[in-house]
Design a protein around this ligand. Structure first.
Ligand SMILES: NC(=O)c1ccc[n+]([C@@H]2O[C@H](COP(=O)([O-])OP(=O)(O)OC[C@H]3O[C@@H](n4cnc5c(N)ncnc54)[C@H](OP(=O)(O)O)[C@@H]3O)[C@@H](O)[C@H]2O)c1
Length: 251
């Protein structure tokens, strides 16, 4: 890698419809990167396309969708990628004792196996231009909190894959980073709040952690998604990106 670092080039961002993925796609496009963002719904594509991003459908729960998306990316990029941002994710809270394991498995499909499966398919294109991968994780990966068992476990699993991958592709010049985010404004809190509300009624044993989780959901400061987008682009361009970075950075 040159001392100046990596250069902007074809960039793929998953979960481009909202929050941090959308902010990353829009910021990169505004800075001249060719960007392809994944969406699940047609309606989410228009705003991204108006800002100059290409879009393609991706549902990380489906192998067939991941395969088709990777094919679309390789056609779009001519097989050379500067960056992949594995951003798409979900977080559904619930006490471990009460976890619906099918829902937990689905969370792993999106947050872990979907991201790993897509990365597998795009690695040859990343290797050919010595690109970089960012795995979007959470400050809840290293520090567990009650009710987020499936999310904490999924982000830890994602980080495990990322750490091993970083060792495996270092000699090929491919950068791999984990970005642990604090609390950001995004759509992710809507489903979390709805789930906490649903738990509230029938879970007297967990009333205290549910109340604390609800209070912490709305507590400031929520950072703007653009701050995370800046951190992601910095990692993609770094000559020697750190394995783990945090946003905001610890004081
Ligand atoms: N916001 C925070 O405070 C925070 C903190 C720590 C970590 N994070 C991480 O940041 C990342 C982005 O989250 P966000 O806060 O920006 O939330 P968000 O606004 O809810 O965005 C999540 C994105 O993931 C997509 N997605 C969900 N399920 C998917 C699936 N099955 N297949 C493909 N895409 C799917 C969503 O698409 P749809 O719009 O179609 O649902 C959306 O584009 C996540 O990995 C999250 O864990 C966020």
């Amino acid at each position: 890698m040159s001392p100046e670092g990596r250069r902007p080039g074809a960039l793929v961002v998953t979960g481009g419809s909202s929050g941090i993925g959308r902010a990353t796609a829009l910021l990169a496009a505004a800075r001249g990167w060719p960007v392809l963002a994944s969406v699940r719904n047609e309606a989410d594509a228009a705003g991204l396309e108006a800002a100059g991003c290409a879009t393609a459908r991706l549902d990380l729960r489906s192998e067939a969708s991941i395969e088709a998306f990777a094919g679309a990316v390789l056609d779009w990029s001519d097989g050379r990628l500067a960056g992949l941002v594995n951003n798409a994710g979900t977080a559904l809270p619930g006490p471990v004792e009460r976890l619906d394991l099918d829902a937990a498995r689905e969370q792993f499909e999106v947050n872990v196996f979907g991201a790993v499966g897509l990365t597998q398919r795009l690695l040859p294109a990343l290797r050919s231009s010595r690109g970089a991968v960012v795995f979007v994780s959470s400050d809840r990966a290293p520090v567990a909190v009650p009710l987020y068992g499936a999310y904490v476990a999924a982000k830890r699993a994602l980080e495990g894959f990322a750490e091993v991958l970083a060792l495996e592709v270092a000699d090929a010049g491919v950068g791999v980073s984990i970005l642990r985010l604090g609390s950001f404004e995004s759509a992710i809190r809507g489903p979390i709040r709805a789930r906490l509300d649903a738990l509230d009624g029938d879970d007297p044993e967990y009333a205290a952690p549910i109340a604390r989780a609800r209070a912490s959901l709305g507590s400031p400061p929520l950072h703007p998604p653009g701050l995370a987008a800046e951190a992601i682009l910095r990692l993609l361009l770094a000559p020697a990106p750190p394995l783990v970075a945090c946003c905001p950075e610890p004081a």
